[in-house]
Design a protein around this ligand. Structure first.
Ligand code: SAH
Length: 287
């Protein structure tokens, strides 16, 4: 097998910063990520930003089917060249944020694993995209900026815990599995990276009456981190039609002290709060 550096030289690739191109060149790390991915012959894999294909070949050899998604036309040529001999590989030229995962899930029976070294500028949009297709996605292994992973896996109480942690953890079990030093990439990025794994839950941690409302509530609750929960809620346009006294009553019903800061609420508490506020807003005079 050719080393990543050899491929970069052979195809005279000039990494495009705008597309977040930073290729993994450390073979040891590449092997580790492959083993973390636990690919089996039953899996349909979607690789996000396959690049020059450093992971792609190994994934293809071990999966049932692999769809390598890559936005850069120049790299599509490289991928086509390198993966010619695999008939279970489909190379998809396009934007992962527009990729329709449900179109490739065979009757929804076989679920998809998403794997990739993701450009930092699309990491949160990508996660939202994955959440929206979670019915057909089983799990994901993603390399992201270290600080982003820190926030996604954070538990209540600290400064890392916030909007992305609550939203993602409502729908997925997440874990950080590996830190990757910047020197493992070419060109060397300014930030460190980590690998995280996620498994979508059968059902969200709390059965949500309205998912959009939940997401809006989390954004409102963390609008000003230093403020108390109740003040953030009062200021939010989300629940305009709930009077302050009803708001207090609803919080009490869930035994949530409105004087707490949002960063102290668990994901479950946010779920319960979302359901009760949603009910309170559509039927303002419960009792
Ligand atoms: N997986 C490779 C490349 C990582 S760099 C490796 O580890 O070496 C990130 C890759 O994502 C680049 O190849 C870049 O062109 C691609 N990319 C950037 N934005 C994308 C998007 N919106 N959709 C699909 N691929 C994208």
């Amino acid at each position: 097998m050719n080393s990543p550096k050899e491929i970069i030289n052979r195809y005279a690739i000039k990494p495009r910063k705008k597309l977040g191109q930073s290729f993994l060149v450390d073979q040891n790390i590449i092997r580790k990520i492959f083993s973390i991915s636990q690919v089996s012959k039953n899996d349909i894999i979607v690789e996000v930003g396959a690049g020059i294909g450093v992971l792609t070949q190994d994934l293809a050899e071990n999966a049932s089917k692999l769809i390598a998604v890559e936005i850069d036309e120049k790299l599509i040529e490289v991928l086509n060249d390198r993966l010619l001999e695999y008939n279970n590989v489909q190379i998809h030229h396009g934007d992962i944020l527009k990729f329709d995962f449900s179109a490739i899930a065979r009757n929804g029976k076989q679920k998809i694993k998403v794997i990739g070294n993701v450009p930092y500028n699309i990491s949160s949009s990508l996660l939202f995209h994955l959440i929206s297709y979670r019915k057909v996605i089983d799990s994901f292994v993603l390399m992201l900026q270290k600080e982003v992973v820190q926030r996604l896996i954070a538990t209540p109480g600290g400064k890392d815990y916030g909007i992305p942690s609550v939203i993602l953890q409502m729908f997925a079990k997440v874990e950080k599995v590996l830190d990757i030093p910047a020197v493992c990439f070419h060109p060397i990025p300014k930030v460190e990276s980590s690998v995280m794994t996620g498994f979508f839950r059968e059902k969200p941690l709390v059965e949500l009456t309205d998912e959009d409302f939940f997401i809006k509530l989390i954004r409102a609750a963390f609008a000003q981190r230093r403020k108390m929960l109740i003040n953030n809620l009062k200021k939010s346009r989300l629940i305009e039609d709930i009077s302050e006294s009803l708001l207090k009553e609803l919080l009490e019903m869930e035994e949530i002290d409105g004087h707490r800061r949002s960063e102290t609420l668990s994901v479950k508490e946010f779920g319960a709060l979302s359901n009760i506020l949603f009910k309170g807003q559509t039927k303002p005079l419960i009792k």
